[in-house]
Ligand binder design. Structure first.
Ligand SMILES: [Zn+2]
Ligand SMILES: [Zn+2]
Length: 353
């Protein structure tokens, strides 16, 4: 197999020939055909998350040590399966989306179906287990394979992180009344999916927020009621009184803006990982009874719900650009420089393994 690996954080990925693993027990070997390129890949590639105030969280502390294979939006074809996977109906040739947010499977949190919040040993594919920037990947159990029916392969890949993250974040908002406004902070790939998801959840008044008018226009086409360019000096006033906010950026500026604009009882959900820190006076959190909650990717059941929405064409496909796997480094550089509209998906189908 060929794997595009981080050899040194921040340096170009290297294409390495590795021996293809043989699936044992419940394991399934997937021949990767598509692999989405996500913003959080940039942080893992660079080796840290920015905690603000000059502090960093280094990814090696959670088991991501080079040489390492990125890629947590995996889509492919079953190439081989261990005997216990075959006994459960896995067949060579099945096209499947892979759920990458795998926990230990044994702790109470995992057993309650929240493997993405596992407390005793995550096995996240492309984060601390080998991911999908490769021709092959091992999936520990067939339960993590999701049938996507007739959805386009590249679009399907993006469901495993970007759409799932937006879906799970939106699910953390309380029920909204007809006049309640919900702000979408950041209208990149995730924010645009977030607008589709909010509309599907019956939110009528969506306020798109971004620094880029072109992205605000894209948000309006997807159904945002109004847009706020957050560079405007009166952006905070324009947002005042919102009932909810989904922060897909996760920077100090977006957090301050979103939390500050909440009406009493409002809720701010953060899933973006841009970085920085939040300093907020405590009494108003109680006095205004606001909620500040984090959301990280989503669980397996939520991914199945996202796939069901996509099959019913309720998620508008983002602009998705499929590029040859050999352009993985250029794709990361373009994402870093803000040159990507929507999502880039790497095509591994044409790579000779
Ligand atoms: Zn991601
Ligand atoms: Zn667990």
């Amino acid at each position: 197999m060929i794997s595009y690996q981080v050899i040194e954080h921040g340096q170009p990925l290297q294409a390495n020939f590795l021996s293809t693993p043989q699936p044992k027990g419940t394991e399934v070997l997937v021949r990767v055909t598509r692999s989405g390129v996500c913003h959080s890949d940039l942080h893992i590639w660079e080796g840290y998350f920015d905690l603000g105030g000059g502090r960093r969280f280094y990814v090696k502390e959670r088991g991501c040590v080079p040489p390492f294979t990125l890629g947590h939006e995996p889509f492919g074809i079953v190439e081989a399966a261990g005997p216990r996977a075959r006994a459960r109906g896995v067949k060579v040739g099945q096209k499947r989306l892979v759920y990458p947010w795998i926990g230990c499977g044994k702790c109470a949190v995992c057993k309650a179906g929240q493997e993405n919040y596992c407390v005793s040993g995550t096995r996240f594919l492309g984060v601390n287990r080998p991911g999908a920037y490769a021709t092959h990947m091992l999936v520990p159990d067939p339960r993590y394979l999701v049938d996507i029916g007739g959805i386009d392969d590249s679009f399907a890949a993006t469901l495993a992180c970007s759409a799932l993250t937006a879906y799970s974040a939106a699910a953390k908002l309380p029920a909204m009344g007809a006049k309640d406004e919900v702000a979408v902070l950041g209208c990149g790939g995730l924010g645009l999916v977030g607008i589709s998801v909010l509309r599907e959840r019956g939110v009528k008044r969506i306020v798109a927020c971004d620094v880029d008018d072109a992205k605000l226009a894209a948000a309006a086409r997807l159904g945002a009621k109004r847009g706020v360019n957050t560079r405007a000096p009166d952006a905070a006033q324009q947002l005042q009184g919102i009932a909810g906010a989904l922060d897909f950026v996760g920077a100090a500026a977006t957090a301050t803006l979103g939390i500050g604009a909440l009406r009493k009882g409002g809720r701010y959900v953060i899933c973006g990982l841009y970085g920085g820190e939040l300093v907020h006076p405590l009494p108003p959190i109680a006095q205004r009874a606001i909620g500040i909650i984090g959301s990280y990717v989503g669980n397996l059941q939520e991914l199945k719900e996202v796939v069901a929405l996509a099959k019913r064409k309720k998620l508008k496909p983002l602009p998705v650009e499929t590029r040859p796997a050999a352009e993985a480094n250029a794709a990361l550089e373009d994402l870093k420089a803000g040159r990507v509209l929507g999502r880039v998906v790497l095509d591994f189908a044409g790579v000779e393994a």
